[in-house]
Write a protein that binds this ligand. Structure first.
Ligand code: MEV
Length: 315
């Protein structure tokens, strides 16, 4: 039973299988919720001013550093909607999602905190309203978010998502394992998204547009492979996507090294996932033994953390 004096909210990490970056330009994307890493926010009453506690800051809400501006905005917008702007609160956020690694940590923190605040004030939060609040803070974190991170960190189902269109839940039918490897280097989603938008308006616009369209086509094909148990073709698609994302300038030497390591150690395909320029990569393989071999090779070649995900059953 809910403790009446506190509000709680949860969210999870996400992994983009196909369509990062091109999703910003209305191409389709495919992502899965990643419950191995979660965010949990607890909100309680306090007597004086609103205080925040999270991995990067402990103190008054109003003194929060600029780095956490997107979280501050989530709280401000939510309390305004709830008409509780002057209600002193104690907001505690615990995140298992490594920050800035392409796993949706900023959106996940916003999702969990918005949910906890609505829960504390016993107010119903629709998914539509949640996504619109998180979108405001994601604009600060990412510049021009597609909405994919907000959707996936608040969902328990894989989705096929095209910006501005109704999202479609996917029924995965794939006998395969996904290995996730964290380079340990922070990614730079905002810079990566901005660099592609600059390319589109400047010198390389024709090739950039072509690559974005190709990424969209690969996501469409990937959907078929995911739903029809075609792991080998999906793996090949993932490697093609990595090549295109590298050409778009959003990979990094560390990501390329882990992708190559996975391919040399039996992966049927591998790619960066999320914003890139650091962060995580993913590799596909047919069975758990193969996945564990790849995970070990990634660790031996610099991955900070690895996870193995059964595409039929989850973690
Ligand atoms: C970041 O996780 C995914 C990007 O496609 C940006 C976005 O969709 O907003 C790079």
């Amino acid at each position: 039973m809910k403790n009446e004096t506190q509000g709680v909210g949860e969210s999870n990490a996400k992994i983009i299988l196909l369509g990062e970056h091109s999703v910003v330009y209305n191409q389709p994307s495919i992502a899965i919720p990643f419950p191995a890493a979660k965010v949990s926010t607890v909100v309680k009453e306090t007597s004086d001013q609103t205080v925040i506690s999270c991995e990067f800051y402990q103190g008054l809400l109003e003194d929060m550093p600029e780095l956490l501006e997107s979280l501050k905005e989530t709280i401000r917008v939510t309390l305004k909607q709830l008409n509780k702007e002057n209600h002193p609160l104690d907001i505690r956020i615990e995140s298992q999602i490594p920050a800035e690694r392409g796993m949706g940590s900023s959106a996940a923190v916003s999702v969990a905190t918005t949910r906890a605040l609505f829960d504390f004030f016993n107010t119903v939060l629709t998914q539509e309203n949640l996504l619109s609040i998180v979108d405001i803070s994601e604009k600060i974190a990412h510049g021009n978010p597609s909405g994919l991170d907000a959707l996936m960190t608040s969902s328990s189902s894989p989705y096929y998502y095209t910006k501005g269109q109704p999202f479609e839940a996917l029924k995965l039918n794939l006998d395969a394992f996904l290995v996730v490897g964290d380079t340990g280097k922070t990614g730079q989603t905002k810079e990566a998204v901005t660099s592609i938008s600059k390319k589109l308006t400047k010198t390389d616009s024709v090739n950039t547009k072509k690559r974005i369209d190709q990424l969209g086509e690969l996501a469409k094909k990937g959907r078929y492979f995911l739903e029809n148990n075609e792991a080998t073709k999906l793996g090949l698609t993932m490697s093609n996507v990595h090549q295109l994302l590298s050409e778009l300038g959003v990979s990094s030497p560390e990501l390329n090294q882990l992708v190559e390591t996975a391919e040399k150690n039996g992966a049927i395909g591998a790619k960066l996932t999320g914003g890139g320029r650091g962060g995580c990569m993913i590799a596909l393989t047919h069975d758990r033994i193969g996945a564990e071999k790849i995970a070990q090779a990634l660790t031996d070649n610099g991955a900070k953390t690895t996870w193995v995900y059964d595409m039929r059953r989850g973690i």
